[in-house]
Design a protein around this ligand. Structure first.
Ligand SMILES: [Mn+2]
Length: 319
């Protein structure tokens, strides 16, 4: 059922022994939501923990170091920034019933008992910011986590999802003392050597089509393993193809450990919709950033995606 933000706050106020689930391959937004909401509920004396199918990257240590979780059997399960159950990774079997979902994806599948979605929010952290204010106010730990989510989901306030409200919330968090320069340095201006190696390999793999309007980049398993780069170090790498001048659809093929499966990310500029493109493969996401999975080896995935992009560009009269 769709519920209001007031109802969401009310439900959380009455819950205890809460598990907050964040999506697999966790990004700044889901982490920011999970930990700031956790803190808000802990500050009310509740038993709360954050759970993720994958390890949260070391770069988020300034958030996670403030938390220690006890083991307990949860009576209430909340998912934050998780559009579909499949995005819970291995946690979806552990938690067959999700009581509440708080999200900003228009593609939300309403898998939870109660769902609050606001697709106009650039980051789910904008919603959790409002929620934390309704619950117990915002301390510096929460403010840093929320700022991280808002900054990362807007590409440091550069993406078209950024609104005046996004800036107002960020300004409020800055007033609370958030070290925004340090957070943005860690999130946007720091790359590990392993990450650089993967980027080098990936850039070499780029194929152009549709008169250089489409760029497809491949990240191979071999490159990931030989560089030693962890998944958490590769966050945001899928933005690379679209940074090339003239490219309006940038696609990244990420070969999984099982080389018969590829994770696909698409980034687009108008008039191309990344979510429409990914929907052709059963995926989804946002207008300008979306994803899907193709259960084929990378060579086949490249062929399938190329054909599909050419077809889409023809339909749009762009080819
Ligand atoms: Mn998000």
């Amino acid at each position: 059922m769709k519920i209001s933000l007031e109802k969401t706050a009310h439900i959380l106020k009455n819950a205890d022994n809460i598990a907050i689930l964040i999506h697999h391959f966790p990004d700044g937004d889901t982490i920011g939501c999970g930990y700031s909401l956790c803190r808000a509920l802990q500050n009310q004396g509740k038993n709360v923990r954050v759970e993720c199918a994958d390890k949260v990257g070391d770069q988020y240590g300034y958030i996670t170091e403030n938390f220690k979780f006890d083991q307990f059997k949860p009576d209430f399960v909340v998912a934050v920034d998780v559009a579909a159950k499949s995005l819970l990774g291995d946690l979806k079997e552990k938690y067959p019933k999700i009581d509440l979902c708080i999200d900003h994806h228009s593609t939300n599948e309403f898998y939870a008992e109660n769902t609050y979605v606001d697709s106009k929010s650039a980051a789910a952290c904008e919603i959790v910011y409002e929620l934390c204010k309704m619950l117990d106010g915002i301390d510096l730990v929460q403010a840093s986590a929320l700022y991280t989510g808002i900054s990362t989901d807007t590409g440091c306030f550069k993406f078209s999802n950024t609104t005046a409200k996004t800036h107002r919330i960020a300004a409020d968090l800055m007033d609370m003392g958030v070290d925004y320069a340090e957070i943005n340095r860690i999130m946007f201006d720091t790359k590990s050597k392993a990450r650089m190696q993967v980027e080098k390999d990936a850039l070499n793999s780029i194929k152009f089509l549709c008169d250089n309007k489409v760029a497809i980049m491949t990240i191979t398993k071999e490159s990931r393993l030989s560089s030693g780069a962890k998944d958490s170090e590769l966050e945001g790498i899928t933005g690379l193809p679209r940074t090339i001048e003239g490219v309006i659809l940038g696609i990244t093929i990420r070969e999984r450990d099982d080389t018969n499966i590829c994770k696909i990310s698409a980034r687009s500029n108008p008039p191309v919709s990344a979510s429409e493109f990914c929907a052709r493969f059963g995926g989804g996401g946002h207008e300008r950033a979306a994803g899907c999975e193709i259960k084929e080896p990378k060579e086949n995935a490249l062929k399938i995606l190329s054909e599909s992009a050419e077809k889409m560009f023809k339909e749009l009269g762009l080819n």
